[in-house]
Design a protein around this ligand. Structure first.
Ligand code: PLP
Length: 398
């Protein structure tokens, strides 16, 4: 069934399958994009899983390209290609929108008017939630971890600019707040408060969107990868691991399709123990009987000074990659992961199943705008600091 209708001068085209969602979106006056709430049909190999989401909403630009990536410093026996999941969208860029296709569908089909989630102050996940909540007519609430305790100092750089432009309600909490004992109870208290004061339901998304619902984001990306020739062209997949949902989805999908590749998540927060524990929970929640340790390789040692903290080497590496290949990495996730991958290819080549490596670029572009890298870009000796005044067209600047 298809409906076409004009709101606020914008034409919207929506295919509805559930009457409740139909009413939900019809009542919205803010929707100005094409949305598709569709029943989710898992691939044949995932049919036996438990807790398969019933619907999906199209938010990402799928079929992101894959091509060869001639990174500096690679050993000659390896060929690295890149899957551009930083191109899943502009304001929705990165891996989080893949999970949000399932999470937001659940929010809408549960009649929620609010979405509450949490993360670091520059969280890409929170920014994606802020943007797509508004695209779907929902109110975003973000519990953000930071050292800043004065709300006037928080500013609006990087992801935070997009959060604020989308009118997300932002609640600051201490940077060290653990998820289970601090963030989750706060999100629950907020949802209770919203219900009591407005009568409206909230949908809660855990850190990074990495729960049983979000897990299906990268299970379905694996299906996309297969259609792009994954089995024929690659031996290993490498990516940045931050909350474990990307790792879990890829590892489970690879396991279900015959373990043809090896899946490597480079830890940029926590450590291998933490991620295997979390992935084991996700594996159990979809009814599988396999150990994370047997289907997923989490690589420690590349977190540097810690989550969200950059070293000069890491910042220099990001600039080396952008000036030599035109691929932009971010300081929190992909910069550390690619640097780690190059290190491991050189120092531990045996940990890879073969020599055809697919690096999954998980996004993070707005993290580059938080100011961290500015001084490095402006350093006088840097290739990024070639700026000359050209006053007269006849005098070549030297
Ligand atoms: C969140 C994020 C990751 C980590 O993905 P998880 O599924 O949370 O492990 C990697 N890269 C970027 C840019 C991210 O925003």
């Amino acid at each position: 069934m298809s409906k076409s209708k004009s709101y606020n001068g914008c034409v919207l085209f929506v295919r509805f399958l559930k009457l409740s969602s139909l009413n939900n979106i019809r009542n919205s006056t803010t929707l100005s994009m094409s949305t598709l709430l569709q029943p989710y049909r898992p691939p044949e190999w995932a049919k036996e899983l438990q807790n398969i989401p019933s619907s999906k909403i199209q938010l990402a630009n799928g079929n992101t390209p894959i091509y060869r990536w001639n990174l500096n410093g690679l050993p000659s026996e390896f060929a690295v290609s890149i899957k551009r999941d930083d191109m899943t969208g502009s304001t929705l860029s990165g891996n989080k929108v893949r999970k949000l296709e399932f999470l937001m569908a659940k929010a809408i089909s549960s009649d929620c008017k609010h979405v509450i989630t949490c993360g670091g102050i520059q969280s890409n996940h929170c920014r994606a939630v802020a943007v797509c909540s508004r695209q779907l007519g929902l109110q975003p609430h973000l519990v953000l971890r930071t050292d800043i305790s004065n709300v006037d100092e928080v500013g609006c750089k990087g992801n935070l600019l997009l959060d604020r432009l989308c009118g997300a309600k932002i609640y600051l909490t201490a940077r060290k707040s653990p998820y289970l004992t601090e963030l989750k109870p706060r999100m629950e208290a907020l949802a209770k408060h919203i219900l009591e004061t407005t009568g409206e339901q909230s949908y809660l998304i855990p850190v990074g969107g990495s729960d049983t619902v979000g897990l299906f984001g990268y299970i379905s990306v694996f299906e996309e990868l297969l259609s792009q020739g994954l089995h024929e062209q690659f031996d290993d997949i490498v990516f940045a691991c931050g909350s474990g949902g990307t790792a879990g989805g890829l590892a489970i999908a690879n396991y279900l399709t015959g373990n043809k590749l090896r899946i490597h998540g480079i830890a940029v927060s926590d450590d291998a123990n933490y991620f295997h524990h979390h992935c084991n929970e996700m594996i159990k929640s979809v009814g599988l009987n396999v150990k994370s340790q047997d289907i997923l390789d989490i690589i420690d040692g590349h977190k540097g000074q810690g989550y969200g903290i950059s070293t000069q080497d890491e910042l220099d590496f990001i600039i080396n990659v952008s000036t030599s290949t035109g691929i932009l990495l971010d300081p929190v996730y992909t910069g550390k992961a690619v640097k780690g991958m190059v290190y491991e290819l050189n120092n531990n080549p045996d940990m890879f199943k073969g020599n055809r490596i697919l690096y999954l670029h998980t996004g993070g572009i707005y993290g580059l705008y938080d100011g961290t890298i500015d001084n490095t870009v402006l350093r006088s000796s840097s290739s990024t600091n070639y700026v000359k005044l050209w006053t007269n067209k006849t005098d070549l600047p030297t």
